[in-house]
Design a protein around this ligand. Sequence first.
Ligand SMILES: [Zn+2]
Length: 420
Amino acid sequence: MRTLDLFVFIDAMGWDIVEKNQAFAWLDAYRAPARTILGYSSTCVPSILSGMLPQEHGHWTLFQRAQGTSSLAPLHKLRRLPKSFGEHHRFRRWLSKAYGRYAGIEGYFDLYALDFGKMKDFDYTEKQNIFSVSQTCFPTIFQKLDEKKIPYWCADWKKSEEEGVASLRKRLKEAPACRWAFLYFPRLDGLMHRHGPQGATLRLYWYEETLRELTRDLKAQGWEVRLTVMSDHGMTPIHRHVEIPTLDGTAGLRWGEDYLALYDATLARYWFLRPQARERIMESLSHVDFGHWLTRAEISREGLCFEDNRYGDAYFLTNPGVLIHPNDMGQNPPLGMHGFDPADIHSTATILSNHPEAHSVLGETPRIDDFYRLMATALPPSVAETKRIYTPSRQELRSQALHLAASSQASASSRKEASR
Ligand SMILES: [Zn+2]
């Protein structure tokens, strides 16, 4: 029987919805809630694939301050477009696709609602395809598989979930040497943004039935499937929208001279260009009831100590369920959001497995970057290692033969001694 280590990533499948829907009850060898890392999928997926914290792999939010000329700088010219046109979601979608191709961006790319006026100051983080062996700027599990020459398969995130499952089936038929696979299911995240966490039930059912059928068929074809299902974070229902106070004019500050700012759905991030701006900006959000400035201890705990402050000089995080609106990441406020305090019950991610070693590798309270260790543990011996195990060198064979000859001579003489 051939063994396949199959890892299935389901975006935003929080522990609370797994419990509530009693999902994947048949994956019972190891089931655990997993602490997420403060950020979004742009933070969590790199941590899962590399086992690193954001400050090590360098990816936190999708927009960061430009280091030199921004790859988005040519779009700054579009700031004079009438708002009704430049902010229209259809135009934005078309432009994101066209510009991503033009700029050679291979990773997941979206301009979201970022104002064209901000595009010379800020750059896009995920320019490379983090699932590709040749492109990532940090080491991932795929590079490890490649180095060890282990035949593996990874879903193409640009294809649908249904196409991903069909490609895996095809690959296993065509290349039965495949020993490791990674399926990527991103749709649940979008459904829950639109409909809130209650929008998960039907899709969860589809995931469960699809994976049950897949493992049953693979078993019938002679595979032993070690299946692990995991997620990056959960989804928190939104109960309040807040507008970040305008700083220009009222606080006596000017954009681009005193400060720069980016507004994610749950984070307001600031760069202080003049020393007096820090105090005024921090004061403007110090007495509100909807969030807090991240402390040094929190920044360090979440692995967000970036030496060049490319993601901001100070970060304001909203309370769970409070959405910054308007923000730079979307025009229509979602009903569900993630990126809140990882300790929030709805933020918790999930790991479920029938892998016999999962518990000893991950323990009772894993964090999502620990998943890498399980993926690496599951690596079967590489071709080179197999050769080392089963094909000893000529010299090794010679020394083994000499050793055997010497020991059989010794035991023959000891038998003679004993018979005397
Ligand atoms: Zn999301």
